[in-house]
Design a protein around this ligand. Structure first.
Ligand code: DX5
Ligand code: ZN
Length: 217
């Protein structure tokens, strides 16, 4: 069964603690926190202060997805704020190896992220360094977009490499995930599913978390 990471991008910011507690009690394992800088992606979202505040009220795995140019600049701050996993986009830095080293040096789970247009080969040299690979299943920047089915082949490719090299990273998917789109991705080897609008756009977020899990039993 796949692990679920509700994305607070679609939560009610003025009632954020309530939304977080709802999905935590409802069985979600991760909480996905989308950091956007207005440069790597058009939107601006939130910074380390949010992670610090959320850390105080939640024991979920805090999964920080940095959609930020030169993310090395902020790794230490997010680690100190209490992130459990920090994800950096391979497209956002000339020094992906150094960025992942920095995350590992803080004893935080290192994650590398690839956009829909980026091949798996771009991250092959750093796969031994990561706890998780995030395969974007939409172009990053906004919630509520449609899942891109052509990304599923990259999940299979990664899963093959994982087996062949004896690595044990999680494969996470992010964008357009619901109880239908998750099925092909899970069959291809995805082990963690981010879901924003599907979960928090619903009157019953816990039912949606369970629907994703049930679809991948
Ligand atoms: C998109 C973000 C996602 C977003 C997903 O750039 O990385 O985490 O919250 O939203 P949905 O699930 O609505 O596609
Ligand atoms: Zn994300």
């Amino acid at each position: 069964m796949i692990k679920v990471a509700p994305s607070i991008l679609s939560a009610d910011y003025l009632n954020l603690q309530k939304d977080i507690e709802t999905v935590e009690k409802g069985g979600a394992e991760y909480l996905h926190i989308d950091v956007m800088d207005g440069a790597f992606v058009p939107s601006i979202s939130y910074g380390p202060g949010w992670v610090k505040a959320i850390r105080k009220v939640s024991n979920m795995v805090l999964d920080v997805h940095m959609m930020v140019e030169n993310p090395e600049r902020y790794v230490d701050e997010f680690a100190d704020a209490g992130a459990d996993i920090i994800g950096v986009q391979v497209e956002a830095t000339q020094h992906i190896h150094r960025a992942l080293q920095m995350i590992n040096n803080k004893n935080v789970g290192a994650e590398v992220v690839i956009n829909p247009g980026t091949p798996v080969s771009a991250i092959e040299p750093v796969l031994h360094m990561v706890k998780q690979v995030l395969v974007m299943t939409v172009n990053p920047g906004f919630g509520g977009q449609k899942f891109l089915p052509e990304t599923v082949a990259k999940i299979s490719e990664l899963n093959e490499i994982k087996k062949a090299r004896g690595l044990d990273f999680d494969i996470e998917i992010d964008g357009g995930v619901n109880n239908e789109t998750v099925v092909a991705a899970a069959n291809a080897g995805a082990t963690v599913a981010v879901a924003g609008s599907y979960v928090f756009g619903s009157d019953d977020p816990v039912a949606k978390v369970n629907a994703i899990k049930d679809a991948t039993k």
